[in-house]
Design a binder for this molecule. Structure first.
Ligand SMILES: [Zn+2]
Length: 311
């Protein structure tokens, strides 16, 4: 039996990955309330938005203001998604702790979603690294390798190509890399195979697993990744989100379900799950008419639960 890590981080991406793929535009005040409550529940890493042109994504047009608020919370790692150098310049200006540049290992998905080939994204990362170094800022750069387990447009994505691009991102100056099942094609076995190979390339620079629950396997995939020693996972409160290029997709792993799985398995997250469930109810109330996911909220914590803060 493998030993699980003692601790893990659940990085909240609901405010970015979740909100970008639903109709409702959440007012800035509610996003700030969400961040405040997530912080109060013990979350310390939050992706607050994306520096994409507001015309393309009006849901995230207030990322600058949301980031400014997040920066006031001590010890919070506030990250943003950036599509290109221009977005990176905003992230540096706003003092983001981390900027995530997504790369799609599927060439078809990359062209449809980012209008660039994967190798052009690698070149962009090198420019972003140069800009970061010139700025003197401490903002970390994460290269997020998406559609790493398959793609709705292209079908198969070869493991060798995923690994080649991950290596290329590191060579271009990424501080760290992550793997994303953007469209929900992964299963625990394919995850184990890829993560094991990726660890040989990236070592502890492989920092995060990002799983969508399209086919109900997000938690199983996170567990397979955890078993190999990865200690950070992206998740969306209430499992909101999806992907415009993944028909029928449900959102990310639900934050509350993932935190529960980790704590129940003895992996400390620092998250107060009842507080998180209360926040889930509040956010779901703001998103009436939108699909929410996850299961813990239906039945609540089991009576024998011995997670953090409740032992
Ligand atoms: Zn995603």
């Amino acid at each position: 039996m493998s030993t699980l890590p003692a601790t893990a981080i659940v990085r909240e991406v609901g405010l970015r990955d979740g909100l970008q793929s639903i109709q409702t535009i959440l007012p800035t005040a509610q996003k700030i309330e969400w961040i405040q409550q997530a912080y109060a529940a013990g979350q310390r890493e939050i992706e607050v938005g994306s520096f994409v042109p507001p015309k393309l994504m009006p849901q995230l047009a207030d990322t600058w203001d949301v980031l400014a608020f997040a920066k006031t919370l001590p010890g919070l790692t506030a990250s943003v998604l950036i599509p290109n150098l221009k977005g990176a310049e905003r992230a540096l200006e706003g003092d983001a702790d981390l900027m995530v540049l997504p790369l799609s290992a599927s060439h078809a998905h990359s062209l449809a979603n980012l209008r660039k080939t994967p190798d052009e994204v690698v070149q962009e990362l090198a420019r972003i690294r140069a800009a970061r170094d010139a700025s003197g800022k401490k903002t970390l750069i994460e290269g997020g390798v998406g559609t790493a387990f398959g793609c709705t447009l292209q079908g198969e994505v070869k493991v060798d190509e995923v690994l080649r691009l991950m290596q290329a991102l590191l060579d271009a100056g990424a501080d760290r890399v992550s793997l994303a099942d953007t469209v929900g094609y992964a299963d625990p076995h394919s995850v184990s195979v890829l993560v094991e190979k990726a660890l040989r390339i990236a070592g502890n620079k492989l920092c995060c697993g990002h799983f969508h629950d399209t086919r109900g396997l997000a938690l199983a995939n996170a567990y397979a990744t955890l078993s190999l020693g990865i200690q950070r996972f992206d998740a969306s409160l209430a499992g909101i989100g999806g992907c415009p290029h993944a028909p029928g997709a449900s959102g990310n792993a639900a934050t509350e379900d993932l935190a529960f799985m980790l704590e129940a398995s003895g992996v400390k997250t620092g998250i107060d799950i009842p507080k998180l469930l209360a926040l889930r109810q509040q956010v779901a109330g703001w998103l009436t008419g939108e699909q929410t996911n996850g299961t813990l909220w239906r039945a609540g914590l089991p009576k024998n639960f011995k997670g953090a803060l409740h032992g």
